[in-house]
Every structure is written in C-alpha cells, then in structure tokens.
Design a protein around this ligand. Structure first.
Ligand code: DCP
Ligand code: MG
Length: 353
C-alpha cells in the first residue's frame, strides 16, 4: 500500500512577495509582466483572485478587473531559493521526491507510518515545518496514488490538508468536474462534455465499450482516472530533458490561420513550464500530417529561448517548414537546458536569433 503526498504552496510567488514586503500584505498583488507591455499574470494573491484575476491572464485584463492591484515583477532567485529550502524539508521525510515545479512536488512516504492515521500527523507536521522555516503556507493532499493526492491538495486550498483513505478514491473524485482530473485538459473536457459527461462519476460509470467507440483507447485511460486508479510511481530526481506541449486536433486542420492559432495556444501553454524549468537553448516544432508523416524541426537561436523568442520563433519555424498539407498534431518543445547559474534569461533577451 503506497502513501503519497502532493505538496503545493499557496499563491507561491505572490505569497513570497507579501512575506518580504509587508506593505503588500492583505492587498491584491499580481506577480507577472508589465501591464503596459502585454505582460501576463504569473500568479495573483488570494486578495486579487477575488476579483477574478488568474494565472496566464493578460496583466492588462487584471488591471481592468482590479484597478487597485499592485503589479510586481517576479524575483526568481528568491523563488528558487525557497524551492531548495522546501526540498530540504521534504528530504527530512523521504528521498523519493518528484519535483513538479518550484512550489510543487510528490513525495512517496510509504514507509513512514505504521498505520494510515499517522500519515495525517506526518502531513500536518510537514505543513508546520514549512511555515516555521519559510513563513509560507502549503496545501497537502494525501492518498494512495499521485492522481488522487494531486486533486486532494487542491481540495481545500489555501492552507489545506486533505487525506483520502485508501479505498475511497472513487468516492472522493465522483462529484468533481472531469476537468479536475490530472490528465484531462480543456480540449478533452470539451469532448467529454459533448458526449454528456461532465462529472467524474459519469465518466467512471460510463459503458467502457461506448467510451472506446466514442473516444478510442484514451476513453479507457480517462475512465481509469475517473475511478481513481493510477499506478504511476513517484519518480525521484527525474532529469529534465525537454519541456513540451503537443496537441492532437479533433479534426485535421489545413488552414494557416487555424494552425497559427493552435501554435499560439501551444506557446501560451508552454510559458508556465518555461518559467519553472532551467533556461533552454533549443526550440523544436513537431508536426504530424494527416497521413501520420511526422516532421520535427529544431532551431538553436544562439541565446536561451525566452518567452519572447518562443513567441516569435515558433511561427517563423512553422512558416519555414509547413508544406500546406493538413495536420493532425502539432507540438512545441524546449530542450538543451543550461544547467549552470549563468542562464539568466533576461541577459540574453535581446541577443540575435
Ligand atoms: N506560474 C506561472 N504561470 C502560470 C502558472 C503558475 O508563472 N500560468 C507560477 C506562479 C505560481 C507558481 O508558478 O506562483 C506555482 O504555480 P501554482 O499553479 O501552484 O499556483 P500558485 O502557487 O500561485 O497558487 P495556488 O495557491 O493555486 O497553488
Ligand atoms: Mg501553488
């Protein structure tokens, strides 16, 4: 029987800013880009979220929703330092730690407790340790697998602790919207909604033959998630080789305009991961044509791939290698990471491409 913690800090960047600048406490704080220069929101304090401000939203929209919001430029060095502090605290419990981003990790704590009730105590103690050492709050989900632990950490945010007892996974997930399942994104959610499946319970109970005929094999994978089944191990110290996003379209797309739109969605989806990863030097575009021919094109611009370079280079690469035939999939990836601290993206931002 495994026991897994999913630990996720609350409003990470903005909580750190509020911690370090007392004048920001209790105020709507938005961490991200410049509202006058097409910046996007990295995160917002809970005070700002009450106005509807969310990660990835243009800062300009955020300012419209809350004219009193205070905009702060991210201080990644501090965020990284806190992240390593967190890692040390996790290490007090287990070596089996899988970091997902600066503020989020899975911990396999299976050997720590003698009975299930003890895990709650261990998790509570970890929250206290985090608060004592960093002055920040974390939410923790405890479950027998990663999927359920992840959903559980989000269940009572902020400063939450949710334990899902073994055997109760399906019941816990049942009332939630399908979107909450780690692995079902907005597009899958739309496809499920079109088939009348909105809640996890409906997906869990659906006829499996019908699911396959409607969605293919992925329908069965979704159903396993909906039933709370997940055997993925916590993978410690996974070395990051590439961060990527790809999308298989519901139908093949042959219009340049549609494909450019998908490409900018992929760029947008990649940006949060880009922020949490070390700087990368190489951008890869992947295209799969309707006949399954798959083409990948790489470009190493001579600087690290910043958000701006990503946004400019991706459509250029596409323009250079798309042969005008319909595509079924497109993907973008960043690799060739700079591992030493020399990788200060801002320094390279205006380098030539
Ligand atoms: N982040 C980002 N862009 C995004 C999402 C997140 O730059 N689109 C950054 C800012 C967040 C940090 O990553 O502070 C952690 O992401 P989370 O999704 O855990 O969000 P928060 O910790 O801010 O809030 P929550 O309390 O919902 O976990
Ligand atoms: Mg968080």
């Amino acid at each position: 029987m495994r026991a897994i913690f999913h630990v996720d800090l609350d409003a990470f960047y903005s909580s750190i800013e509020q911690r370090d600048r007392p004048e920001l406490r209790g105020k709507p704080v938005v961490v991200g880009g410049d509202p006058d220069a097409r910046g996007v929101v990295a995160t917002a304090s809970y005070e700002a979220r009450r106005f509807g401000i969310q990660s990835a939203m243009p800062c300009r929209t955020a300012r419209r929703l809350c004219p009193d919001a205070i905009f702060v430029t991210p201080g990644f060095d501090v965020y990284r330092a806190v992240s390593s502090q967190l890692r040390e605290l996790f290490r007090e419990l287990t070596e089996i730690i899988e970091p997902i981003s600066l503020d989020e990790a899975f911990l396999d704590v299976s050997t720590l407790a003698r009975d299930q009730g003890e895990y709650e105590t261990v998790a509570r103690r970890l929250k206290e340790r985090i608060r004592d050492e960093t002055d920040l709050t974390a939410s923790i989900g405890v479950a027998a697998n990663k999927l359920v632990a992840k959903v559980a950490s989000d269940f009572r945010k902020p400063d939450g602790l949710t334990v899902v007892p073994a055997g109760r996974e399906r019941e816990f997930l049942a009332p939630l919207p399908v979107r909450r399942l780690f692995g079902i994104g907005p597009r899958s959610e739309e496809r499920l909604a079109a088939a009348g499946l909105h809640r996890v319970a409906q997906l869990a109970a659906a006829d499996s033959g019908w699911l396959v005929s409607r969605f293919g094999q992925v329908g069965l994978e979704w159903q396993r998630l909906a039933r709370g089944i997940d055997d993925r191990p916590v993978e410690p110290d996974r070395e990051l080789k590439q961060i990527s996003r790809e999308l298989t379209f519901p139908r093949d797309l042959g219009e340049r305009e549609d494909l450019l739109r998908v490409l900018s969605e992929l760029v947008r989806d990649l940006i949060p991961a880009l922020r949490d990863a070390p700087p990368g030097r190489t951008l890869t575009l992947k295209m799969r044509y309707a006949d399954w021919t798959t083409v990948t094109r790489r470009r190493t611009p001579g600087t690290v791939v910043t958000e701006r370079i990503l946004a400019e280079l991706a459509p250029r690469l596409f323009g250079e290698c798309w042969n005008e035939r319909p595509l079924r999939l497109m993907g973008l990836g960043i690799s060739n990471f700079v591992t030493s601290p020399e990788g200060q993206p801002a320094l390279f931002e205006f380098g030539d491409m």
